[in-house]
Structures are given as structure tokens and as C-alpha cells.
Design a protein around this ligand. Structure first.
Ligand code: ADP
Length: 423
């Protein structure tokens, strides 16, 4: 194994795995730390669900993943978080980065969420989503990790014991050698975590080349774009062009949406506008008794005979706020996630073999409930979202785990069509 990746959520894990596969690295994603041996691959991505859990739990799980990856021979460790730097002043990006650096005995790592192909760029330490600052994007109203400051040096500093510094774009634009020199200068000044700018894929390639020998990289999926070529240049990797093949499957299809991000809101609206079956989860009704969940399940299974069905909890910021005011943020989220997980089990029991899940936490809940242990990574549906293949009760299942903010308005239909579903 060359690279061991620790991903803080499930959609993020498939995102970075897709990036590595696309650049020719044989990659397997495992769901949590496997009890048995790690799979044989150039890269193994351990999917955790640690983005919003208490920091101590995130640290413990990340360290367990680190030990397993190192025991399997990983030369380099990559801590993958969201391209919108989803975190709170308590963590979990800072605490996990600190713990991994301590365990690896390294005093410097970059922090770079940039993913230009998806409109996430970092300039002078400020994260942009498309043309607006992170703090002006829909992320300011995220149900669990609202991002109200775009200055990543300022966002990261309260989360970490280390000093946070900046590697600005003009240096990155000059190439890997000037980047190495600047990182060394920052290290001498006592900086431990370096927010790294990147506004284009070339910057990601430069960062990857400059940091391919670091024990730890912390980043979104973007920097992973440059690692396979950097490893190949070092003679560690023989790129494999056929690494993204999945076995075709038959059977009904469904979409489960637990994300409230603006992109997912648009995708739900587009699906409904196309006259397709859509059933809405009401979190307040879920909290009253079991009837709402049972009702949704019965309706979803009945609708499957007529074509793909979407079940969604997706709502706008005002609706989410109202629900959270009544139930509390954590309870609202957990109830919706439990409902989605039960729906997924029922849908697969009824024969569904192609399933799209929208939302990082939501995907984690569904994947864990299905008891999936490994995912093979297939072709991308859009930047950051590949189809994956797992085994459910011994049968192949196609699963697309979509980060809430990814994909165009017609993403659900595009994904299903790519999986061979007639619409
Ligand atoms: P994203 O990828 O957009 O961040 P996630 O699935 O990670 O999406 O997070 C969305 C969170 O919001 C989940 O915990 C989900 O259960 C919760 N949620 C979804 N719909 C609602 C709703 N209508 N009201 C309150 N919380 C909701």
C-alpha cells in the first residue's frame, strides 16, 4: 500500500477514492476499520463518520484507522475532509490533524480543501464556493456545521494546538521547489498546520508533488488528483488505466436524500418537476410515533413497481430551523438518518440494486445500516461522485454516495441513467 486515506465521512471517502482511481491507482474503500486484514491495493480509503461526532471520538477512530493503515504498510497518510472545510470551533479537523501528526511524529502538514473542478478554490487563505466566499454560500446555513467565516487560518486556529500559517497562491504558482522552501521557512517559524492556496488543478499538482514525501497530508479530495503522478515519478506506482470497472446489475432503483444543501434542494425540485415519484419525510411526524416511517416505507415499496422513487428529508433553511427548534439539532438529524437507513434496508429487501444517497451524514447512516464492508470504485457521475459497488447479503449493489453540495440539478436522473436504469 502506498497511500492510506482516513476520510471523515462516507461521501468524502468515495470522492477521494474516485479521484485516485481516475488517476490510475488501484483503490479500495473500506467502511470503518476492518476487523480482518486490509485489502490489497495501491490505496485504501477508510470511511469514517467523524465529521460531527464529539472530538475525542473522532480522534480515537482516526487513530485506529491510522494504526491499521500503517500496519498494512501505507507510506503516506491522507486525512480527507470536506471541500467546504465543514467543522466547528471544537473540531473535528484540528483535533484529528493534531492527533495524527503526534502519532506520526511530524511537525508540519498542509491543510487544503480546494477542489477547483467543483468550484472550491482557496486564495490567500480564503475559501470560495463558486464566485462567493464560503461564508456567503449556502454553507452558512448548514444544519450541523454552519460555516460563517471564509478565512481558513482563522477557522482552523481555535481547533488546533499548533500554530496555523499560510502558503499563498503566488508561491504555489511558482512550483514545487518554492513551495518546499516556503514550507520549510514556515516550519522554522514554528508553524505546524499550513493552509495552502489552490485556485486551479495545476496548483493541486504542485502541492501534491511538494508534499508526496510528507508523512501526512490533510485536504479535501483535490490534492489527491496529483498524488498518483507524484508517486509514479518516484517509481512507487505503475498507473492502471482499467481500475474503474464495475459489474453491471439489474433491478429497481431508488434515491434517498437527507441533505438540505442548496444543490440537493435543486436536485429534489428537478426530480419532482420531471413528474417522478417523490415522497417527503416529515421529521416532526417521525418524532411523534412510528406510523409516518411505516407509511413512507409502504408507499415507497408500492411505487417501485412504476419506476425509481425518491424519498427526501431535504428542506430549506427556514424549515430546518423550525424543526431543529422543536426537536434539537442532533435529534432531528438522528431521526432523519434512522428513517433513511430503515428505508434503505426495506428498499434493498424489495429488490433495489441501484441506490443513490444524497448527504454525507445520510450516506454514512445508510451504508452502516446496510452493513457494507468494502466498496469498489467505478466511473464518475460528476466531479467528486463515482458509482461504487458493494456486496449486500452476498449480492452486488451499486451505490452512489453524493456529498450534499455536489452535482447539477438533474444529478439523480443522470446517475440512474449511467447505471443503466431506463427513465
Ligand atoms: P450534506 O452532505 O448536505 O452535509 P448531510 O446528510 O451530511 O448532508 O447532513 C444533513 C443533516 O441534516 C443530516 O443529519 C440529516 O439527518 C439532517 N436533516 C435532513 N433533513 C432535515 C430536516 N428536514 N430537518 C432537520 N434536519 C434534517
Amino acid at each position: 500500500m502506498i497511500l492510506g486515506v482516513i476520510a471523515d465521512d462516507f461521501t468524502g471517502a468515495t470522492d477521494v477514492a474516485g479521484m485516485l482511481v481516475g488517476a490510475g491507482m488501484r483503490t479500495v474503500q473500506v467502511i470503518g476499520v476492518p476487523e480482518g486484514p486490509m485489502p490489497e491495493a495501491d490505496a485504501v480509503v477508510v470511511a469514517l463518520k467523524t465529521r460531527t461526532c464529539p472530538p475525542a471520538e473522532a480522534v480515537a477512530q482516526s487513530l485506529a484507522a491510522l494504526h491499521a493503515l500503517r500496519a498494512a504498510g501505507a507510506r503516506q497518510i491522507y486525512f480527507k475532509y470536506c471541500s467546504t472545510f465543514d467543522s466547528t470551533p471544537q473540531g473535528n479537523i484540528g483535533p484529528v490533524a493534531d492527533a495524527l501528526m503526534d502519532a506520526l511524529g511530524t511537525d508540519l502538514a498542509i491543510a487544503c480543501p480546494a477542489f477547483p473542478d467543483n468550484g472550491r478554490t482557496v486564495f490567500r487563505g480564503h475559501l470560495f464556493v463558486g464566485d462567493v466566499l464560503l461564508s456567503d454560500s449556502g454553507m452558512r446555513q448548514h444544519p450541523l456545521t454552519p460555516m460563517t467565516d471564509a478565512n481558513l487560518v482563522r477557522v482552523l486556529q481555535p481547533q488546533t494546538r499548533r500554530r496555523v500559517g499560510l502558503l499563498a497562491q503566488p508561491v504555489v504558482a511558482r512550483g514545487a521547489q518554492p513551495v518546499r522552501a516556503k514550507l520549510q521557512a514556515l516550519r522554522t517559524e514554528g508553524v505546524g498546520l499550513v493552509v495552502a492556496d489552490a485556485v486551479a488543478n495545476e496548483d493541486l499538482l504542485t502541492l501534491a508533488e511538494a508534499c508526496a514525501d510528507h508523512p501526512l497530508i490533510t485536504a479535501g479530495s483535490g490534492v489527491a488528483l496529483g498524488l498518483p503522478p507524484a508517486y509514479a515519478r518516484r517509481g512507487w506506482l505503475q498507473p492502471d488505466a482499467g481500475s474503474a470497472q464495475l459489474t453491471p446489475v439489474q433491478g429497481p432503483a431508488a434515491v434517498l436524500a437527507g441533505s438540505c444543501s442548496e444543490a440537493t434542494q435543486a436536485q429534489v425540485a428537478c426530480w419532482k418537476a420531471g413528474g417522478r415519484t417523490a415522497l417527503q419525510i416529515d421529521p416532526l411526524a417521525l418524532a411523534q410515533n412510528d406510523r409516518h416511517a411505516q407509511d413512507l416505507q409502504a408507499k415507497a415499496l408500492e411505487a417501485l413497481a412504476r419506476g425509481p422513487v425518491l424519498v427526501y428529508a431535504t428542506a430549506d433553511a427556514a424549515q430546518v430551523k423550525a424543526v431543529q427548534g422543536k426537536l434539537g439539532t442532533a435529534e432531528a438529524g438522528e431521526r432523519v438518518e434512522r428513517c433513511l437507513a430503515e428505508l434503505a434496508r426495506a428498499l434493498l429487501g424489495a429488490g433495489v440494486r441501484r441506490l443513490v444517497v444524497a448527504g454525507g451524514e445520510s450516506s454514512g447512516a445508510v451504508t452502516q445500516a446496510l452493513g457494507l464492508q468494502q466498496l469498489r470504485i467505478g466511473a464518475p457521475i460528476c466531479p467528486g461522485v463515482p458509482w461504487t459497488q458493494g456486496l449486500w447479503e452476498g449480492q452486488p449493489l451499486w451505490l452512489a454516495l453524493k456529498s450534499g453540495n455536489f452535482g447539477g440539478p438533474d444529478f439523480f436522473a443522470e446517475a440512474l441513467q449511467q447505471a443503466g436504469v431506463a427513465l
